[in-house]
Design a protein around this ligand. Structure first.
Ligand SMILES: Nc1ncnc2c1ncn2[C@@H]1O[C@H](COP(=O)(O)OP(=O)(O)OP(=O)(O)O)[C@@H](O)[C@H]1O
Ligand SMILES: Nc1ccn([C@H]2C[C@H](O)[C@@H](COP(=O)(O)O)O2)c(=O)n1
Length: 419
């Protein structure tokens, strides 16, 4: 183990580090050097006399890394002194896809030895690098000390680097690992993730068995396929039901009913696994669409736009501007997934959406709670919806009465699908 870690450490100094001190502004970017360069001190304005640490999850196994990172914040909040602040951190090669090592940055005003004990234990037993940060010398320069667990179980400092400012990269680091971590662009890529989970999540087997029996879907359908998308409580259920009746259509959903017994289970998993589950749900629904659209128009309540938009919005940290630019490959449609004839996105002011949520008064899913609490997240979901292509969605004002929304949508369908 120690040898493998040392070979990784030889590249350590070529990485850039980003710490999200405040989600409304850019992260602080820093790099490592053997000597100080001229320029402002990265941490001077952010840290006072606190002791700081960073933790980076490094396992080569993608599933192990996702599982471990998912539980790490909880473990840290439980075990570290309560004064510690835990911030998100990225270690990455600027603008290089798939180069991110995710981690946490800790500010510890308690200066308690308990923190070191917790971290030393993590280094010994888990796939993490730990660094401590010191501010020293006459000009109060920041140093990064990289710790190592030795074969006999002690922890020692392996390397010492100077912390120097780094330029803001063109792409926010949280966007570099979206493909095949948060969004899957082929059936095979999503399937592989669940296959690798069979031992740790036994429910994966049942899901894979269902997916193995999925119906094939052809590129072209006889009847139009209309997808209705939008945030929670924008009126999708109300509209899809009335549309189905008005058009004599068949109503389908993604994820399909047959995945319901496992949905809650996969919702507790880290994004890699959770998003692979939803991606496979779309392929199951695509099989059903292919079948049903031979006989009648098909209305679908959520599909690929939801899978990609929620995943991208959750993965991308900080400001709206951190989303990948419109036209980025992350907004592309999977080549092997049936394309609908029309995608409608119901749009509603947050006040009206909240009012409808309250009137409905059901239990909220965790993500719905997040939508309420986090205006920024909601903006990111809507923006991602609008950037997805192949087909792009058509925005529909969902604020009028249910019947007015239905009439507006029927007109659109007649115009675009000649129904
Ligand atoms: N056009 C409308 N005007 C006023 N209220 C509406 C309208 N459409 C739906 N509602 C009401 O808003 C609430 C949410 O609607 P609905 O369940 O159709 O949304 P949804 O998008 O399917 O939600 P979710 O994604 O959370 O299942 C319901 O109480 C519904 O009766
Ligand atoms: N095709 C789909 C459908 C749903 N999701 C995810 C995105 C949200 O986390 C949640 C919303 O679903 P709802 O609560 O409205 O049933 O499910 C997805 O990723 N792909």
């Amino acid at each position: 183990m120690a040898r493998r870690m040392i070979s990784r450490f030889s590249q350590w100094s070529s990485y850039v580090f980003a710490v999200d001190f405040d989600t409304n502004s850019d992260p602080i970017y820093f790099a490592l050097a053997s000597k100080y360069s001229e320029g402002p001190q990265v941490f001077r304005n952010v840290l006072a006399d606190e002791i700081c640490y960073s933790l980076h999850v490094y396992s080569d196994d993608k599933i192990e890394r996702a599982k471990f990172y998912g539980g790490l914040k909880h473990k840290l909040s439980k075990e570290l002194p309560s004064e510690c602040t835990i911030l998100e951190m990225y270690t990455f090669q600027p603008n290089v896809k798939d180069s991110v090592i995710k981690g946490y940055f800790l500010k510890d005003p308690s200066k308690s030895s308990a923190t070191e004990r917790v971290l030393a234990e993590l280094i010994r037993n888990d796939p993490v690098y730990v660094c401590s940060y010191l501010c020293g010398g006459e000009d109060r320069q920041w140093l990064q000390l990289l710790w190592l667990s030795t074969e006999d179980g002690w922890v020692e400092v392996l390397k010492e680097y100077c912390v120097v400012p780094a330029e803001k990269p063109e792409h926010h680091p949280s966007t570099l690992n979206i493909i095949n971590y948060d969004v899957f662009y082929s059936f095979e890529d999503a399937y592989k993730v669940l296959q690798q989970c069979v031992d740790i999540i036994p429910e994966s087997k049942a899901v894979l068995e269902l997916v193995d029996q999925r119906l094939e879907s052809k590129e072209k359908t006889t009847f139009p396929v209309i997808v209705v998308e939008g945030l929670d409580a924008t009126g999708k259920t109300t509209l899809t039901e009335s549309l189905t009746e008005a058009l004599g259509a068949t109503l389908l959903k993604s994820p399909p009913q047959c995945l319901s017994p496992w949905r809650a289970r996969f919702d507790t998993e880290p994004p890699l696994i959770r998003r692979a589950f939803y991606a496979l749900g779309n392929y199951l629904t695509a099989g059903q669409i292919g079948q049903e659209a031979r006989h009648a128009p098909v209305i679908v309540d959520r599909y690929w736009h939801s899978t990609a938009a929620y995943a991208i919005a959750t993965a991308v940290g900080g400001k709206l501007a951190n989303l990948p630019q419109a036209g980025s490959e992350v907004y592309g449609w999977p080549a092997d997934l049936l394309r609908p004839s029309l995608v409608l996105m119901l749009s509603l002011s947050s006040q009206e959406r909240m009012r409808r949520l309250q009137v409905r008064g059901q239990d909220k899913t965790m993500e719905e709670e997040e939508l309420e609490a986090n205006h920024l997240f909601r903006q990111k979901v809507e923006e991602a919806y609008q950037r997805i292509e192949g087909p792009a969605c058509v925005t529909v004002d969902a604020s009028p009465s249910p019947d007015q929304v239905l009439q507006q949508v029927l007109l659109l369908i007649r115009e675009k699908c000649h129904l």
